[in-house]
Write a protein that binds this ligand. Structure first.
Ligand SMILES: Nc1nc2c(c(=O)[nH]1)N[C@H]1C(S)=C(S)[C@@H](COP(=O)(O)OP(=O)(O)OC[C@H]3O[C@@H](n4cnc5c(=O)[nH]c(N)nc54)[C@H](O)[C@@H]3O)O[C@H]1N2
Ligand SMILES: Nc1nc2c(c(=O)[nH]1)N[C@H]1C(S)=C(S)[C@@H](COP(=O)(O)OP(=O)(O)OC[C@H]3O[C@@H](n4cnc5c(=O)[nH]c(N)nc54)[C@H](O)[C@@H]3O)O[C@H]1N2
Ligand code: SF4
Ligand SMILES: [Mo]
Length: 877
């Protein structure tokens, strides 16, 4: 059980997305932790989304790594740290500093990240430290640097509320930055003139607040924004005063855009000329525009160009550096920004400085090291490729799971298998990456760690501990400095607290800065780390009102740069192949190491799926809920068909979340190409080419079990339930012996009761002990129709009889709420439908008042609106 560190309420920051919401955590006497939004935090003012609200349910010690391990055996910290240091030392001595690497993460705290970067770039002397931010923000970083001379996100969250037009490009804000989305929803309610345009090939839930959805062809964004620039010029709404005073390169950029009239844009984007014109005119006539962009922009082979195509339009209209306007890259991870600040990317040195000789000299003097790396190191895709070629002799992975999240993930797995020495620091014992580690180091997790994170609006907030370190887990900064010490750098790594590391980070940001570098925390020198309130950088002694408010940029001449953009040719996959788009679902976080512990987060979507257009499904003979095999030369995956016209023809969408820990074959990155953007080296994670085919299945199944089942069938997907487990199954052959199958699956030889319907081929097996359900399995030749939520809820019931469980459907006394829509309040689709059809609710608010659905975090309100709309007509009849 987790042990509280304090009994009072602690102000901390959510460890999930880059919105960076303030959280109030209060440990309770029974070991649980109460979670609430911090009303004083300027990111969320008390709001939390479904994932944030469920944080308390992810803190159990189940699955945690609680002591170091060497070659699968428990080891002492001293032995593990000595071994890491000596193997790194040996590789460096024999093969040079380029033969070792660190692969980090935007989920490290700034202090952890600072120490890791300082060790690698400052004292090992190679820049081979890169991070999962390469997969996430690298194109935005590169685009910012090209335009502004610095990696600066200019905007603030209030700009979203003050804008008259918000353009969401490749961003599913409703699910991925839910509290920001809720702030926009609230602003729109208060000020219905605020318009939203969504640019995304899929019609996501974020379309719910959009007056206009442009289902752009994959990578059609550059053409759309290049055409917009030409259009703004034709209409004469560019701001020539701004352009001449504060920018360079406009003429050449406009020249490159000149030929992009609406007809050509329509051809390149697959959009209708009418909808393009509507968007362009809206943009042209609205001064206060914020363009929010995310992975549909960054994760592309032309991602950096997309970023600059967007920024060009803001510079051309002078819509930047003022309230309610500007380009706004929203960051994914809680500390994606902090990582960029310390130099976590292989092409940055530290504190937003790169590898120019004078900066290397400056950082060398600051760190007191004569071996600071002088050139960028290997970036993520190249790093694992080099490892595959045997060039990396020792690697240390921290707070990321590349076996699941890197493109061409099977090759990454092979590279790690072939690497002579793999160290992984993680909180969990079982991850697909941990499985390959020679040394496993138990890291402290959220609630135990102490440090800072920076959110999308450059706001630094404290993460504070409220739980004791479990077992022998240690914070990442401590682990890294202990290795540094053993490598002979005790003096430079004599840290005893995160506050001390932060103070050094502050000092480096201010060192010889003179206002020439955007990242400047000089005003924080001497701040009380313990009580530090959330603060936005830059923090100078003389505060600045707003980034770029004075029209001064961080290029040598102080002017912003326009970049001429050549949109890529329209993408035309060969007949028979699909464009595979990947991304996120509302209630899961990445590789599910934390959200996968929470039953209520797993109830929203409990298995890996592929969204496919009905016409494509029909043509391939894929029916609803059938299994689909996706494949290409890199790998294959087996997922459930979700047939929907939200998806365009010729395109598929699969979530990135499922791993070998939760499904038989759901690692979608095995199929994703490692093609990268030439400027940022960020991989094109949203555009693989795959084949899709239905899988001949003899039996489908669904089970619930009080104990973790052992699944060895052709297809399975496992998820926690409130009182046990649930799983989806499919088999290509019927088991030869059902008794053996049940015993192997549920780990018991107890006698199950069963029924079989000869005509339909349906079977049910149930084991009840003392009126309590131990296990139930339902199988059928077609996808099993059993009510999932009902069956899951039975696990907590008493006085059950086998016959009611065998029936596979709720009796009159146990109404079936249906699949969970509102995970905060646990309200299912049937309850919501009934609120509309039987109780006459015609609005989301009315449904909320009756059922409480959608009344907490609001992330499900778009789905509720969909159910209301679909059933209102039926109700009216
Ligand atoms: N629930 C949840 N929230 C999260 C996360 C999570 O795992 N779960 N992760 C966090 C992290 S690290 C990140 S980076 C963010 C990501 O946040 P988002 O970027 O909003 O999320 P994604 O689902 O990856 O992708 C966004 C959209 O890009 C679209 N897209 C694909 N190709 C194109 C294209 O060519 N053009 C355009 N315009 N759009 C395209 C996809 O259809 C998708 O809807 O989310 C953060 N928030
Ligand atoms: N196909 C496809 N692939 C993608 C994406 C996509 O959209 N499509 N998105 C990409 C993006 S944007 C991102 S950000 C990545 C995310 O991908 P990953 O970073 O691989 O995913 P996570 O599951 O967040 O992995 C974090 C790991 O760190 C551990 N951890 C958490 N906190 C700590 C800590 O404090 N210390 C230590 N040592 N460990 C900790 C967790 O248990 C977990 O194992 O995936 C990328 N991959
Ligand atoms: S929006 Fe949700 S996941 Fe993101 S920081 Fe806020 S509570 Fe956490
Ligand atoms: Mo990300």
């Amino acid at each position: 059980m987790t042990q509280p560190l304090v009994t009072s309420t602690v102000k901390t920051t959510c460890p999930y997305c880059g919105v960076g919401c303030g959280v109030l955590a209060t440990p309770q006497a029974d070991g649980s932790v109460t979670i609430a939004g911090d009303p004083d935090h300027p990111a969320n003012f008390g709001r939390l989304c479904s994932k944030g609200s469920a944080l308390g349910e992810t803190l159990s010690l189940e699955g945690r790594l609680l002591h170091p391990e060497i070659n699968d055996e428990r080891a002492s910290w001293d032995d593990a740290l000595d071994l890491v240091a000596s193997r790194f030392q040996a590789a460096i001595a024999e093969h040079g500093p380029q033969s070792v690497a660190i692969y980090g993460s935007g989920q490290l705290l700034t202090e952890d990240y600072y120490v890791a970067n300082k060790l690698m770039k400052g004292f090992i002397g190679a820049a081979n430290i890169d991070t999962n931010s390469r997969l996430c923000m690298a194109s935005s970083v590169a685009g910012h640097k090209r335009a502004f001379g610095s990696d600066t996100v200019p905007g603030n969250y209030e700009d979203l509320e003050q804008a008259d037009l918000i353009v969401l490009v490749g961003s599913n804000l409703g699910w991925c930055h839910p509290v920001l989305y809720q702030r926009i929803v609230a602003a729109r309610t208060a000020r219905p003139d605020l318009k939203v345009v969504l640019i995304d090939p899929r019609r996501t839930v974020s379309a719910d607040i959009a007056e206009l959805h442009l289902p752009v062809a994959p990578d059609g964004d550059s053409a759309l924004f290049v055409g917009l620039l030409a259009h703004l010029d034709h209409l004469g709404v560019t701001n020539s005063d701004y352009i001449s005073a504060y920018t360079k390169g406009f003429e050449a950029t406009l020249l490159a855009a000149e030929d992009w009239d609406i007809a050509r844009v329509a051809e390149a984007t697959g959009l209708s000329p009418l909808s393009i014109t509507r968007f362009y005119d809206l943009f042209a006539r609205t001064a206060k525009v914020v363009t929010v962009y995310s992975q549909g922009v960054n994760q592309s082979a032309a991602g950096t160009d997309k970023v600059n195509a967007i920024i060009n339009c803001h510079l051309a209209t002078g819509r930047i550096g003022k309230p309610g306007m500007g380009p706004c890259s929203v960051t994914g991870q809680p500390n994606a920004m902090g990582g960029r600040e310390v130099g976590g990317l292989a092409n940055m040195l530290a504190a937003h400085m790169d590898f120019a000789p004078e900066t290397v000299d400056r950082v060398s003097r600051f760190w007191g090291s004569d071996r600071v790396a002088e050139a960028p190191g290997l970036k993520a895709v190249d790093l694992f490729a080099a490892m595959g070629r045997g060039e990396i002799k020792a690697v240390w992975i921290m707070a990321t799971n590349p076996v699941d999240s890197m493109p061409e993930a099977d090759a990454v797995r092979d590279a790690l298998k072939a690497c002579p020495f793999v160290v992984v620091s993680d909180m969990n014992r079982a991850t697909d990456t941990m499985d390959l580690a020679h040394v496993r180091l138990p890291a402290a997790g959220w609630g135990e760690k102490d440090g800072t994170v920076t959110n999308s609006e450059r706001r630094i907030s404290r993460q504070r501990p409220f739980l004791a370190l479990p077992g022998e887990a240690r914070p990442d900064w401590w682990i890294i400095k202990e290795v540094a010490r053993r490598l002979g750098h005790a003096k430079a790594f004599g840290y005893f607290s995160p506050g001390q590391i932060f103070a050094e980070h502050v000092a480096l940001s201010a060192f010889e800065n003179d206002g020439n570098r955007d990242f400047d925390l000089s005003g924080l020198g001497g701040a009380d780390y313990e009580t530090m309130p959330p603060v936005q950088w830059p923090v100078r002694s003389k505060p600045i009102a707003r980034m770029f408010g004075d029209g001064r940029y961080f290029t040598p001449d102080g002017k912003a740069r326009f970049l001429p953009i050549q949109p890529p040719p329209p993408f035309a996959p060969a007949p028979g192949s699909f464009v595979l788009n990947t991304g996120r679902v509302r209630d899961h976080w990445h590789t599910m190491t934390r959200t996968g512990k929470a039953a209520r987060l797993s109830a929203h979507m409990a298995e890996p799926f592929v969204e496919i257009h009905p016409a494509d499904a029909n043509a391939l003979g894929i029916r609803r809920a059938n299994l689909v095999r996706l494949s290409n030369r890199h790998g294959s995956a087996l997922v459930r068909a979700l047939v929907t016209d939200r998806q365009q023809r010729g395109q598929l969408f699969v979530p990135m979340h499922w791993t070998d820990q939760f499904a038989s074959n759901g690692r979608i990155d095995a199929l994703v190409t490692s093609k990268v953007d030439p400027v940022s080296n960020q991989p094109a994670l949203k555009m693989a080419l795959v084949h899709a085919e239905p899988v001949g299945v003899r039996l489908f199944g669904f089970l619930v079990s009080a104990n973790k089942p052992n699944l060895a069938v052709d297809y399975w997907a496992l998820a926690p339930a409130a009182k046990g487990w649930r799983a989806e199954l499919a088999m290509v052959e019927e088991p030869a012996n059902w008794e053996d199958f049940l015993a192997a699956t549920f780990g018991t030889r107890a006698a199950f009761q069963s029924i079989r319907d000869e005509r339909s081929g349906r079977r049910a097996f149930v084991l009840i002990e003392d009126g309590q359900l131990i296990a139930a399995l339902y199988t059928a030749p077609d996808p099993v129709l059993v009510s999932r939520q009902w069956a899951v809820d039975l696990l907590g019931e008493t006085d059950l009889s086998a016959s009611e469980v065998l029936a596979g459907r709720p009796g009159a006394d146990r109404p079936d709420g249906g699949a969970i829509v509102c995970s905060c309040m646990g309200v299912g689709i049937n309850t919501i439908t009934e609120a509309v059809t039987r109780h006459g609710c015609t609005t989301v608010e009315a449904v909320g008042a009756l059922t409480r659905a959608g009344t907490n975090c609001g992330s499900c309100r778009a789905e509720i609106r969909g159910i209301v709309d679909a059933n209102r007509l039926i109700a009216a009849e």
